[in-house]
Write a protein that binds this ligand. Structure first.
Ligand code: HEC
Ligand code: HEC
Length: 341
């Protein structure tokens, strides 16, 4: 009898404690994490020990990111498909690259903003390092279509680029294709966008409006954080079509990695990165959230609920780093000419 009383008392206290759990506490419990407010802590998160961040590397990486001479045609840069003025995406269903070629798997370009917080990159998660990832689009026939030799020849024919590399890595630097890609990766690491959501999780209770808090509650309650968690609210491999079929699955041949798992996209800046899903078939964010409810959670999300969740998703639109458009160094007589073929 005594132990029953104690038990009842304890459960009563427990219920009070749970009821008093704040939205912030609930979020942290569900593995959500803010972008650290402290710049030193943030740096330790984003810098990679193999090619640590420095101001000179960021400046060179930025030039290369914007330089279309990394493509065979001399027309396409990383920024063509990951436009930093447009949420880090191209805004089309499926990316279009060299010779107006569509992505052969009908894949939509994910944003490069905050990709540093993703555990894996690409829809099938086949790479994890940004420094390595950057090699692929340069060489891909449907993207920039440039051989590694061509890229090295273009860069080493431009004295200002050679000087930049020497300044960073010393006079006997070997300007390889891998190094060129790596420095772009270093620049990408700095593309982080703290938002009102982060301010809230970092302790500013007033950062979110009442509506956004309601939406946040729903986001947690519905189970979105089963897959959209961590700093990125995404970025790990998760099952797809758990409860039902994605209505546009037939478009394109993408079916995930060999286990059928798909990289969960970050939800940061989601308002800016339509169209949605791997084949870019859903333009409307409300529809995207409702589709997630039915295919991933097996629940129906009403129009009202979806609208609230979207109020919350707006709080994930981040403050972008200020990026001054770089003036690119001139080509020389030795620079291999653009080849549109
Ligand atoms: C023609 C358009 C195009 C160009 C040019 C392009 N990309 Fe991409 N990018 C894509 C597409 C499409 C994907 C998704 C491909 C996949 O998952 O297989 C992607 C994926 C990525 C990802 C993974 C993001 C994530 O969340 O999974 C990163 C990082 C990236 N690109 C960086 C770059 C860099 C750096 C460059 C320049 C060297 C570049 N891209 C050039 C279209 C492009
Ligand atoms: C079981 C894991 C899982 C759950 C639960 C989940 N998602 Fe997703 N989400 C994913 C994956 C995986 C994708 C990418 C699917 C694809 O395009 O192939 C995705 C894509 C999205 C997209 C489109 C992102 C883009 O850039 O294209 C949005 C928006 C989204 N989810 C919101 C939500 C919301 C809101 C919830 C809760 C109602 C939710 N998700 C629940 C795994 C999940």
């Amino acid at each position: 009898m005594k132990s029953l009383k104690i038990f009842l008392l304890l459960s009563f206290i427990a219920s009070i404690l749970t009821a008093a759990e704040t939205l912030e506490q609930k979020a942290l419990k569900q593995r959500l994490e803010p972008i650290p407010a402290d710049i030193q802590v943030l740096l330790s998160y984003i810098s990679d020990k193999n090619d640590p961040i420095s101001d000179d590397k960021i400046a060179l990486g930025k030039k290369l990111y914007f330089d279309p001479r990394l493509s065979k045609s001399g027309l396409i840069s990383c920024n063509t498909c990951h436009n930093l003025g447009m949420g880090g995406v191209d805004g089309v269903e499926t990316s279009i690259g060299h010779k107006w070629t569509m992505n052969p798997n009908h894949l939509n370009a994910p944003t490069v903003y905050n990709s540093v917080f993703s555990k894996v990159q690409l829809w099938d998660g086949r790479v994890s390092h940004l420094e390595i990832q950057a090699q692929a689009p340069i060489q891909s026939e449907a993207e920039m279509a440039a051989s590694s030799e061509l890229v090295v020849a273009r860069i080493t024919s431009i004295p200002e680029y050679v000087a930049d590399f020497k300044k960073i890595y010393g006079n006997d630097v070997n300007i390889t294709f891998e190094r060129i890609a790596s420095i772009i990766g270093v620049f990408e690491r700095t593309l982080v966008t703290p938002s009102l959501y982060d301010d809230f999780l970092n302790g500013d209770d007033k950062a979110l409006s009442k509506k956004q808090k309601e939406g946040f509650e729903l986001f947690l309650q519905k189970g979105c954080t089963k897959c959209h968690y961590g700093i990125a609210l995404g970025g790990t491999m998760q099952p797809f079509q758990v409860a039902a079929k994605y209505k546009f699955i037939e478009l394109g041949d993408f079916r995930g990695d060999k286990y059928g798992m798909v990289k969960t996209p970050t939800l940061r800046n989601i308002v800016e990165t339509a169209p949605y899903f791997h084949n870019g078939q859903i333009w409307n964010l409300k529809e995207a959230a409702q589709e997630m409810g039915s295919i991933q959670l097996g629940i129906k999300i009403s129009d009202k609920e979806a609208e609230k969740i979207i109020e919350f998703l707006h709080a994930l639109t981040g403050r972008k780093p200020i990026i001054t458009y770089p003036i690119l160094p001139l080509s020389t007589d030795k620079t291999p000419k653009p080849d549109a073929d």
